[in-house]
Design a binder for this molecule. Structure first.
Ligand SMILES: [Zn+2]
Length: 260
């Protein structure tokens, strides 16, 4: 049930919502009097010019706003350049203070929710921070039933740098909240587009992985033994990069936390 990775293709996800589907996804929407872009990527050499050109070509509008889902460098690299082109930068309030102006500090910040209204359409931002980063926010395009979910879902990867039971619980809550949106297509920060069924499948995978791998780690089993006992489920073998390294990353987090 994986979705094909249309790497480096620009296409419409829903009415007036486009992506350039890449390892680092660019997304944008036509709000009437201008376009809003979600995240400013890591590649400055090509994408600084490419995305504004894509936006103009698909919407016929200039990039008027830039929303950052979180302040990781692979989501903010073109902030300063696009701000110089006239984009108003919007991000969660915790992003602002930490950043220098050279990085394209946000011009507008918000606390828990924010509605960005253009002349014809509005997008809705919701803060769901505290797991992947302190800053994570999702962006809903309600007319198209498309939701940008930042890096809260990583095609199977536990999106944490260190295992933390309280963050795992919060992540489950955030993903349950994501599923409450009436969205049929989810745009992740990286890789192929996502459907709500993938989120549900991953939540079940996570519970099963924790139930099986934590006791083995506690019993002193090696990382390789964990991987043998907990292989990638057959129906997830086609998930983007999960068998290559993400599943092993998940077991590594568990092994570091609960191993001897
Ligand atoms: Zn990230």
């Amino acid at each position: 049930m994986a979705i094909a990775f249309r790497n480096d293709e620009v296409f419409e996800v829903g009415p007036g919502v486009w992506v350039r589907n890449m390892v680092d996804n660019a997304a944008w929407a036509d709000l009437g009097d201008g376009a809003v872009v979600i995240d400013s990527l890591e590649d400055t050499a090509t994408m600084e010019q490419q995305i504004p050109a894509d936006v103009q070509r698909t919407t016929g509008k200039p990039m008027k706003w830039l929303i950052n889902t979180h302040w990781h460098p692979d989501h903010t690299a073109n902030n300063a350049a696009w701000a110089r082109r006239g984009a108003t930068v919007i991000a969660h309030e915790t992003c602002g203070a930490a950043q220098s102006e050279a990085n394209g500090q946000p011009n507008i910040t918000f606390h828990d929710r924010y509605t960005l209204a253009g002349s014809d359409r509005a997008v809705e931002l919701e803060y769901l921070g505290g797991t992947h980063t302190p800053w994570d926010s999702v962006v809903y395009f309600p007319w198209a039933k498309v939701l940008h979910i930042a890096d809260l879902f990583g095609w199977g990867m536990i999106p944490l740098s260190k295992f933390d039971p309280s963050k795992i619980d919060l992540l489950k809550q955030h993903l349950a909240r994501v599923l409450e949106y009436d969205a049929h297509t989810l745009i992740p920060g990286h890789g192929p587009l996502v459907e709500p069924a993938h989120i549900r499948r991953w939540l079940a995978y996570l519970d099963e992985l924790l139930a099986r791998a934590i006791p083995l780690a506690r019993a002193g089993k090696s990382l390789d033994e964990l991987e043998q006992a907990c292989p990638v489920p057959a129906d997830m073998l086609d998930w983007w990069k999960l068998p290559d390294w993400k599943h092993r990353h998940n077991l590594t987090l568990i092994h570091r936390e609960f191993g001897a």
